[in-house]
Write a new protein. Structure first.
Length: 419
């Protein structure tokens, strides 16, 4: 029976190869090497090939990457990948099969477990949230931080680059409000981490626009201007992706203009207060409940954010999901959620392809566009649309705002645009 199932798997692969759209052809050479290794039950080799194909946007490769992890008895990794496919590639054969596997894995899962994941679930913290929580400051650590900092930045390829010192080495790095944690590209800075500490650290799945990447975590000292912190750092194999994330600067209010990021230390918020600062926690729980019921971020009702709105059109409220800032954007008159992401380089809106029909996205000879997109006082007509299927909500970056200065206030959970 097991051999028959594997034969059916390979038949399914061949059928998909003949019907796959152009976007799914990306990484086809690696995909074919992966299927050859998979057929020989060489799952470790298959994982390497399927990972490279999946990172190029091949959803079928992502599906077989999950199957390969099952072959290696790595059920947790397989489940994360199946969930990613189900959420980000609905109405596909891969999603249907992923849902079937998820149902089976849940059916045969042990009724009780004392594993770390089970303990985290009882505390309503995912493993990733538990890692984020360990970067929270004590009051003594908060007092040691400087009250202000003025950080110059340069725009390059649509990104805001600042100079940072990571483990004693000065590097240019992206200031990225869309990143939960600091991240370092190992191909760009191979000497910062040893192979031993990378292998020793925990590994988490991270959603990237091209798919899921498994990133090991290490600890290290990070300094930008006068601010120095010991932070959790994600290590990625993707070149050009080194970022200063929210776990470094989220305890500061910061103002961004055309030249500087001006940081001002926010009041200390203890663990009890932080859990419901500005009413954000209760609203965030509502958002998480929506997700648990199968709703995508764009399908949630607008009341979560709208309930915190003021009459000041220059003030945009945000909610935190993990460390990310989620705002409401009106696209063609339809409210939808977006990550406020200074690491997002394109000028316009970045979204998964399945948003096209829902948001009334149009197409002309120059590509896809939204007739009208607005956030707070900023209105963009005929905003260009870029696609990244690994996302579950929109991204908006600095180019969307033009030269308008703004202040991010983490205490009151608002972004204030200035004129």
């Amino acid at each position: 029976m097991l051999k028959l199932c594997r034969l059916a798997v390979l038949t399914f692969v061949l059928a998909l190869l003949h019907s796959a759209p152009a976007s799914a052809q990306a990484g086809m050479e690696e995909f074919q090497k992966g299927t050859a290794a998979y057929a020989q039950k060489n799952y470790a080799v298959a994982v390497g090939h399927f990972t490279q194909a999946a990172q190029k946007g091949n959803v079928t490769a992502t599906y077989y990457l999950a199957l390969s992890h099952l072959g290696l008895k790595q059920e947790a990794k397989a489940v994360e990948l199946f969930k990613h496919i189900s959420k980000n590639f609905p109405n596909t054969s891969e999603a249907d099969n992923a849902n079937t596997y998820l149902a089976r894995l849940q059916q045969f899962a042990p009724a009780a477990s004392t594993s770390t994941a089970a303990v985290a679930a009882k505390k309503h913290d995912s493993p990733v949230e538990a890692i984020i929580n360990r970067d929270k400051l004590t009051e003594e650590q908060w007092k040691a931080l400087p009250p202000t900092a003025r950080i110059p930045f340069q725009m390059k390829n649509g990104h805001m680059y600042v100079q940072a010192k990571v483990r004693g080495r000065y590097i240019n790095i992206i200031f990225d409000t869309g990143a939960s944690m600091c991240g370092i590209s190992r191909p760009d800075f191979p000497e910062l981490f040893t192979q031993a500490e990378i292998e020793k650290g925990p590994v988490i799945p991270v959603s990237r626009p091209h798919g899921v990447e498994y990133m090991p975590l290490v600890n290290g000292e990070v300094s930008v201007d006068r601010i120095t912190r010991n932070c959790t750092i994600m290590v990625t194999n993707e070149p050009g992706i080194s970022v200063i994330g929210q776990n470094f600067f989220k305890d500061y209010t910061y103002e961004i203009d055309g030249f500087y990021i001006r940081m001002t230390k926010a009041p200390y918020v203890g663990p009890t207060i932080a859990s419901d600062r500005g009413g954000g926690a209760s609203k965030l729980n509502e958002v998480k409940n929506d997700v648990s019921k199968g709703a995508r971020p764009s399908e949630r009702t607008s009341t979560h954010v709208a309930s915190t709105k003021s009459n000041d059109k220059y003030t945009v409220p945000f909610l935190r999901e993990g460390n990310c800032m989620i705002v409401e954007v009106m696209v063609n008159g339809k409210p939808t959620k977006a990550t406020f992401d200074t690491g997002c380089a394109p000028d316009g809106l970045v979204m998964p392809m399945w948003f096209v029909q829902k948001l009334g996205i149009q197409r002309n000879s120059d590509g896809y566009f939204a007739e009208r997109a607005e956030i707070g006082p900023i209105i963009r007509k005929y905003a260009q649309v870029h696609f990244a299927n690994g996302l579950d909500c929109l991204l908006i970056g600095p180019k969307f705002f033009g030269d308008r200065p703004y202040v991010v206030d983490p205490v009151n959970s608002v972004i204030k645009f200035q004129y």
